[in-house]
Design a protein around this ligand. Structure first.
Ligand code: NAP
Length: 498
């Protein structure tokens, strides 16, 4: 099967790309989705308490706003519903091939197209867009003896909904954004919880609330009120980038707010000590919760301030040597972020895999295009995340960039090596001034092979859009190794030579 454009993934990024292609262009396109429904991370993460920590008006498409969000921070199921409705309303469903997992994608330099193999057969496309997410492959650490565990175990992104947690002894491994949402919910369901904390997170108040019916009516009746709410949330969030600068006054103030929140919610000084991070605020994602500390301080939770080291039968043994008999292990241990699995499947000019190109860490020009991989565009890949504002704003900027690149339907676009290197070197320089690199922690933002920060855009979201929200052909060159026969010479309009 052939399409001008093939998109891999039907989460926020893939659906957004599909909607814009369908609304604004004549290109034929298909979306390949390995699961049997849309929604990506919001389809997969169904653990109790899952919710967004970006306000709903901002965590939705600017071109498809929703007036009736139930809360300031929407629950995960509501976001998943929003995406299902968007896919159906926008007429995307016939273009989505469900149950279709990408197995390989190879650039055919003679025909100037991508040849894909999938679990449902072959496809070809002129342009390949990966929208497979950066938080989509659960990561479970290698724990000695884990296979001997006699209870049930699963990752937060693969929740087991068959368990009645009342009276169950549950070990939660990790204290990131997923863990702090799930722990209070487990306690509320009557579980006895042991939290294995390798490093303490910073937590600030959540300030969530339900929208009143009259507020929702106002949003429905006055769409500009939605625009205003979105703009206000955006502007407020943008201020947060100052907190990411190493040793800044904004970071110190942020740290004071987190310390005050801990002090207000946890009376026991010994527990407070254990919950106090030993690195600079913002080095890892700052968590927002008003019910995590009270849950940890409750008699139903034991905070084990060391990682899970070993499992033997029903015993989970921490690095401290303390042992806990448990019925369930919940791995809130995050995702494969710096070595994205789809990179092993994609082969560009000369058959080189994207994973090989990224052997020293992910790189891309405009956070989207990679030398040696013509007509490949990556959404949500290298240097395109944020620690302070909405991922959807970034996705939309990348979509605009790609739409610009697709303006000439016959172009073969390969970004130059120099452009990719210069762009990444500049972002490395900027990252070096941030708490992500200098804050004294290890996080999913850093590539373990090099220590390089390869995930986050080191600037504001507005700066990302200004830099990368439009396409400029100048850094693109004719692929040296592309062999053009007569037919393809006509078909491949080469954009510019640098
Ligand atoms: P995460 O932030 O990567 O947290 C993983 C946790 O597991 C960390 O506390 C980590 O400890 C711990 N861990 C990893 N390996 C371990 C080991 N061997 N032993 C003990 N502990 C171990 O993952 P996440 O909580 O799933 O969140 C990932 C991202 O998803 C977030 O940063 C956020 O962007 C997004 N998210 C957002 C929301 C929301 O909007 N509210 C909710 C969930 C997730 P260390 O800290 O010591 O490494």
């Amino acid at each position: 099967m052939h399409a001008d454009v093939i998109i891999v993934g039907a989460g926020f990024a893939g659906l957004g790309m599909g909607i814009r292609l369908r609304r604004d262009t004549q290109h034929s396109f298909l979306i390949l989705e390995r699961a049997d429904s849309v929604g990506g991370t919001w389809r997969d993460n169904t653990y109790p308490g899952v919710a967004c920590d970006i306000p709903s008006q901002l965590y939705s498409f600017s071109f498809r706003q929703k007036a009736d969000w139930s809360r300031v921070f929407a629950p995960g199921a509501e976001i998943a519903g929003y995406l299902r409705e968007a896919a159906a309303d926008e007429g995307l469903l016939p273009s989505i091939h469900f149950g279709t997992a990408l197995e390989s994608a190879r650039w055919d330099a003679r025909q100037n197209l991508w040849r894909l193999t999938t679990s449902r057969g072959p496809y070809t496309a002129r342009v390949l867009i990966t929208a497979a997410g950066r938080l989509s492959e659960p990561r479970v650490p290698a724990i000695d003896g884990l296979e001997s565990f006699t209870g049930r175990q699963f990752h937060t992104a693969e929740w087991n909904h068959d368990i009645d947690f009342a009276g169950q002894r549950v070990g939660v491994i990790g204290t990131g954004a997923s863990a702090i949402q799930v722990v209070p919910q487990l306690v509320a369901r009557g579980a006895e919880v042991v939290v294995f904390q390798r490093s303490a997170p910073y937590v600030v108040p959540r300030n969530d609330r339900a929208y009143e019916p009259d507020e929702r009516a106002r949003f429905a009746d006055h769409p500009h009120a939605l625009d205003t709410a979105r703009a206000d949330y955006f502007a407020e969030a943008e201020l947060g980038f100052e907190q990411k600068r190493h040793d800044s006054e904004a970071a110190r103030q942020h740290r004071s707010r987190a310390a005050a929140h801990l002090e207000a919610q946890v009376a026991d000084p010994a527990l407070r000590e254990l919950l106090t991070p030993d690195y600079e605020i913002g080095c890892k994602r700052v968590l927002i919760s008003s019910d995590y500390y009270p849950a940890v301080a409750s008699p139903h939770v034991t905070l084990e301030a060391s990682p899970l080291e070993r499992v033997s039968g029903d015993s989970a043994i921490a690095a401290s040597g303390r042992s806990y008999e448990l019925d369930v292990l919940v791995f809130a241990t995050g995702f494969e972020t710096t070595e994205l699995p789809f990179a092993r499947l994609i082969h560009g000019i000369d058959g080189l895999s994207l994973a090989s190109h990224w052997a020293a860490g992910m790189t891309a020009f405009a956070s989207t295009a990679v030398h040696g991989f013509p007509n490949l565009f990556i959404i949500d890949g290298p240097l395109a995340s944020l620690g302070h504002n909405s991922a959807i704003v970034m996705i939309e900027a990348q979509i605009d960039y790609i739409l610009g690149a697709l303006t000439d339907p016959r172009a073969v676009l390969e970004v130059s090596a120099a452009a990719e290197q210069e762009y990444c070197a500049e972002l490395d320089r900027r990252s070096a001034q941030t708490v992500w690199v200098r804050g004294g922690c290890s996080s999913w933002y850093l590539d373990a092979r090099t220590g390089r920060q390869t995930l986050l855009w080191p600037g504001t979201a507005a700066d990302f859009r200004a830099t990368n929200g439009h396409f400029d052909p100048a850094p693109y060159a004719v692929p040296d190794t592309v062999q053009l026969d007569d037919a393809n010479l006509d078909a491949a309009k080469l954009v510019s030579i640098r």
